[in-house]
Design a protein around this ligand. Structure first.
Ligand code: GTP
Ligand code: MG
Length: 1016
């Protein structure tokens, strides 16, 4: 492909909320341009891209798949993606391989939670979006809106979508969708909306041509230009003028044959916007004429005649008026023409797109401290980057390919082309051995050069660093590709070579790639940036074979599943169970089914979901100042432990961190891990931040530091004076961060103690070092005053204990006292005093007690756990943000289900212009299993719910509550009959699962049972 060929390629994905009609739209595009793989009559019914049985059965798409289309002289790769939240990782894989996105919105349902999510994904990957407003027919037939009402509704949707994109642009967008969705939407009148859209900056503008209005089910659709051209001929006006005025507040005055704005309208004028008058009204007329029993059939005739439509009379005589309507509409305004002409005109070709996507694909790197760097490697890596930027498709350009996922298809689906068969048989192919009847293909795009079947390439994972050959050798492998295929949904067409800018399926990478990777013809190439996923797999279950003898088959099956599903996570728990993590219930169900039927082929036992909790203490951390004061260990609020050999006394004080700080630490674990682990001072610095921010030069580390300083004080006390004090205290404290935990990067802080080195009794304080503060640059490397000669021995011993204290802290924060779940939002100060060895009797030799460092570690761990237990421990649970849609008659049953699930309602809203209600709520993860099913049953399928993981929330209840005061005893009884509260129940369930001791009273006061049967 030379330059001009490259300009004729489009890589497009279809993105939308679940059920907004992506696959239906794809059907029509395939029917018209797919080279005959789908008959037009079946388009919209077959759902060609949903070729998995499970997809057809559930009528939702579960994976992204690609199809090559030809439209005029363009070649298009169209990727259909799923809209269901459980499969949102597939949206990321689709977006990475595309340059443009068709974002669909159901005109009746409007913007939904996944609409936000997919727009964000498109934004992150720097895709150019076009808007497709689907299901226009529902406005006519279901909602029975007038053209004017429909127009208002369409304007509102366009405005809303624009609002989301402009929020990304101005970085106002908060990372969590729920806070946006939960806030009341500003009420704007239709008129003010119309005026707002008149801006150059606005992304989606029908008059610009990047918005089309379609009905995917019936196969018709149009953009403004279709009508502009038609009326230009009819009214004798210029098409460009019409193009500009067929959307928005523009009115046509027939008398003067003028197009005027709203201001020039005479008062009381009944003129309607031109879009209503010239576009919607004719549409409505055709619908009425066709569907109303008494409709005026002459209208149809008129349309057929004025547009020269050739419709076989057979179709016009069809008894079903719907079929007649469809025949007329799909010929008058063919869907695929409207959508594809928009796509080739407004979506970029790969050459144009890669030029500006490059900062996202291969972030520019600056080499700091560059003496030891091999400049030839650097020069070649830079050349590779340039060639990606230019989308260089010449044969001598370096070949760079990104594999966004691996997928499995049955072996029998692989075409057996003569050229490659021998070679494949000759090779000790992984397919023929381990995978038997499944074959793994890589879903990939060539970003530079030419990829040939049989080529040798380097497979590079995201951690690879070409400048560090030794330490990164495990991130690079060499592989020989087998065959390349163009994808036609499930069908595959073998090709011998594919040039830059195209999407392809590659066979032969099964053993080398587990999820995603970069392929390159040279070692000296940076891996392409990793994809961003919207959620992480949170629903975890343990799996075991029904027959223990099948363990081997299950392990193999899990391995295959792990490779075939980009999102599933398989781990082995500490107790040796195989744990499978999926994104949600639907995803989990499909994984289990795949395991049973395809990959393992054995019967399985699946545990109830394993839910994660966190443990914390009471309070919201807002009273930081108070806590800070009590931090000086003079207060009696600490737990003291002594090591078995008696030499070390450990005092632990715990306090709650401000909520904002906990959240910040939680959200930035990866970054913090990098900084603390030393990667922040890596020789290579990624210049452009991963998240596309308009100010590309914002240093994420600096940003985080700023936020850390603010988060410590933001929530604090009311008065200005207190706030100042608090700020000063926090500024001191932030210089003392010794470690974060668990795993060195969690939301818990260990502060280094701040006391005298030598206590009165001569014992030495283990000072620790503010390691994290130093890494973050809050304090400089401290140079401690060297100890006096007499203390040198004790001092060096104290130094060796430092790491034990940190380890003890890590262990404690990894498993709290309530049910061994990680701690959350806590700050510890650990003061350990080491006594002189001479002060202890000689027979107390270390060997009697085990290694001293081990003793300290255990004592620290126990003390930390005890401190939490003493300070009003609380359990923290994960919450889903849940969006429900329902018809009003099911509102009652829906609330019943919600209240059984301990849900908290955030808002309830009637959808403008429709009879649907949208409800937003938080539902605890532990209560969410079977929620969708119960909801479906409770409302006879009238309500649907979508859930995203939102945040951690502390349960206010005291798990150890026992009535003490008189009122409490009156209310709850004397304690004997108090049932465990929710918090206690959750804790007990986890403890039982983990095999920990559960305190349960089975029958405390047994009373004699009475039988109801009377003696006769
Ligand atoms: N009335 C009407 N129904 C439509 C239209 N387009 C699609 N549908 C229906 O909407 C439902 C969902 O269509 P799909 O194409 O499967 O939706 P999707 O976006 O691919 O769904 P997922 O892939 O599961 O996210 C189907 O029942 C379609 O028949 C339309 O223009 N009008
Ligand atoms: Mg679909």
């Amino acid at each position: 492909m030379d330059e001009s060929d490259g300009r004729k390629v489009r890589n497009i994905c279809i993105l939308a909320h679940v059920d907004h009609g992506k696959t239906t739209l794809a059907d029509h595009l395939i029917a018209s341009s797919g080279g005959g793989v789908l008959h037009p009559r079946l388009a919209g019914k077959l759902r060609y891209m949903d070729y998995l049985d499970e997809e057809q059965r559930r009528a939702i798409t579960m994976k992204s798949s690609s199809i090559s289309l030809r439209y005029k002289d363009y070649s298009l790769n169209l990727i259909d993606s799923p809209g269901h939240m459980d499969f949102c990782s597939e949206v990321s894989t689709a977006a990475r391989l595309s340059d443009g996105a068709l974002v669909l919105v159901d005109a009746v349902e409007g913007v939904h939670i996944q609409t936000h999510a997919v727009l964000r994904q498109a934004w992150i990957e720097k895709l150019t979006p076009c808007l497709v407003l689907n299901k226009i027919d529902r406005l006519i037939c279901e909602l029975r809106l007038s053209p004017m009402e429909a127009y208002t509704r369409l304007i509102r949707i366009v405005h809303e979508v624009n609002g989301i994109v402009s929020a990304f642009k101005s970085e106002k967008y908060l990372s969590d969708v729920d806070s946006i969705l939960a806030s009341p939407s500003g009420e704007l009148s239709a008129e003010s909306l119309e005026l707002l859209e008149d801006d150059e900056e606005v992304t989606f503008q029908p008059q610009k041509g990047n918005v089309v209005f379609v009905c995917a089910l019936d196969g018709w659709g149009f953009g403004i230009s279709e009508f502009a051209n038609f009326y230009a001929a009819k009214l004798g006006a210029s098409a460009t003028a019409l193009q500009k005025s067929l959307w928005g507040p523009r009115y046509y005055i027939p008398k003067t044959k003028m197009i005027v704005g709203k201001k020039s309208l005479s008062a009381g004028s009944k003129a309607k916007p031109m879009f209503v008058q010239f576009v919607l009204e004719p549409l409505w007329q055709v619908y009425e004429a066709a569907l109303d029993p008494g409709g005026d059939k002459a209208v149809l005739e008129k349309v057929i005649k004025s547009f020269n439509l050739s419709i076989p009379p057979r179709e016009l005589q069809n008894k079903d008026p719907k079929n007649v309507l469809q025949s007329v509409m799909s010929r008058w305004l063919p869907l695929s023409d409207a959508v594809l002409s928009m796509a080739v005109k407004h979506l970029p070709d790969p050459i144009a797109a890669q030029a500006y996507r490059i900062p996202r694909l291969v972030p520019e790197r600056k080499i700091i401290g560059g003496d030891s760097v091999d400049s030839s490697v650097l020069a070649e890596a830079e050349l590779v980057r340039k060639s990606i930027k230019a989308c260089d498709s010449s044969h001598d350009a370096p070949c760079v390919v990104f594999v966004s996922k691996m997928f499995a298809i049955p072996m029998k689906m692989i075409p057996q082309d003569g050229n490659h068969r021998e070679r494949m048989n000759g090779l000790n192919d992984e397919d023929s051995k381990s995978e038997s009847d499944e074959c793994f293909l890589a879903f990939a795009r060539i970003f530079s050069g030419v990829l040939r079947a049989g080529q040798r390439v380097f497979v590079i994972t995201s951690l690879y660093d070409p400048l560090k050959v030794e330490s990164s050798h495990k991130y690079i492998q060499e592989a020989e590709l087998h065959s390349l295929y163009l994808m036609m949904g499930q069908g595959l067409t073998p090709v011998t070579e594919v040039k830059a800018g195209n999407v392809v399926a590659i066979r032969g990478l099964g053993p080398y790639i587990s999820k995603s990777a970069t392929l390159s013809s040279t070692r000296n190439c940076w891996p392409l940036a990793s994809m961003e996923f919207q959620v992480s797999p949170t629903l975890r279950v343990a799996i075991e074979p029904s027959d223990p003898a099948d363990m081997g088959a299950l392990m193999k099956g899990l391995r295959l599943l792990n490779r075939a599903d980009p999102f599933v996570e398989i781990t082995v728990s500490a107790r040796g169970e195989h744990v499978l993590a999926a994104a949600g219930e639907v995803h989990l169900e499909r994984c289990i089914k795949d395991l049973k039927d395809r990959f393992a082929k054995v019967n399985l036992e699946v545990s109830p979901p394993l839910v994660s909790y966190r443990e914390t203490i009471e309070g919201d951390g807002s009273n930081l100042l108070e806590s800070l004061r009590s931090l000086s260990l003079n207060s009696s609020d600490y737990v003291e432990k002594r090591t078995p050999n008696g030499r070390c006394i450990i005092r632990v004080h715990v306090m709650k961190l401000p909520h904002a700080l906990t959240k910040l630490l939680d959200e930035n674990t990866e970054l913090l891990g990098d900084i603390i682990g030393g990667k922040g001072s890596h020789s290579v610095k990624i210049l452009e931040s991963q998240k596309t921010s308009p100010e590309e030069n914002v240093d994420p580390v600096e940003e985080l530091k700023k936020q850390l300083i603010e988060a410590g004080v933001s929530s604090s006390s009311e008065t200005e004076k207190d706030r100042e004090k608090c700020k000063a205290e926090w500024a001191k404290l932030i210089k003392r961060i010794w470690a974060l935990g668990p795993r060195e990067k969690g939301p818990n802080i260990l502060f280094a103690p701040d006391g005298k080195r030598i206590a009165e009794d001569g014992s030495m304080l283990v000072r620790g070092s503010p390691h994290v503060s130093q890494r973050l640059g809050f304090t400089k490397d401290s140079t401690e005053t060297p100890p006096e000669a007499s203390e040198a021995a004790l001092y060096s011993e104290a130094k060796t204990l430092e790491s034990s204290i940190v380890s003890g802290f890590q262990l404690a924060t990894a498993s709290g006292p309530l049910c061994d779940e990680p701690m959350w939002g806590l700050a510890f100060t650990i003061e350990s005093h080491l006594a002189r060895a001479e002060d202890f009797e000689t027979e107390k030799q270390p060997e009697n007690f085990g290694i001293f460092t081990g003793q300290v570690m255990t004592a620290v761990k126990d003390a930390c756990r005890a401190a939490v237990l003493q300070t009003n421990p609380r359990i923290v649970e994960a919450m889903y943000f849940c969006e429900l849609n329902t018809a009003p008659e099911y509102l009652g049953p829906m609330y019943a289900v919600l209240s059984r699930r301990r849900a908290r309602i955030l808002k309830e809203e009637m959808q403008e212009g429709s009879s649907l209600f949208t409800v937003h709520a938080y539902v605890p993860v532990s209560e969410s299993f079977g929620f969708a099913d119960e909801l479906r049953k409770g409302t006879s399928g009238g309500a649907s719910a979508l859930m995203v993981l939102s945040h951690w929330e502390m349960l206010e209840e005291d798990p150890f509550f026992v009535p003490k005061t008189e009122e409490e005893i009156e209310e709850f009884g004397d304690g004997a009959s108090v049932l465990p509260n929710t918090a206690r129940k959750l804790i007990n369930a986890v403890r039982r699962r983990k095999g920990l001791h559960v305190e349960e009273k089975v029958v405390q006061y047994a009373t004699k049972q009475r039988t109801l049967a009377r003696k006769v």
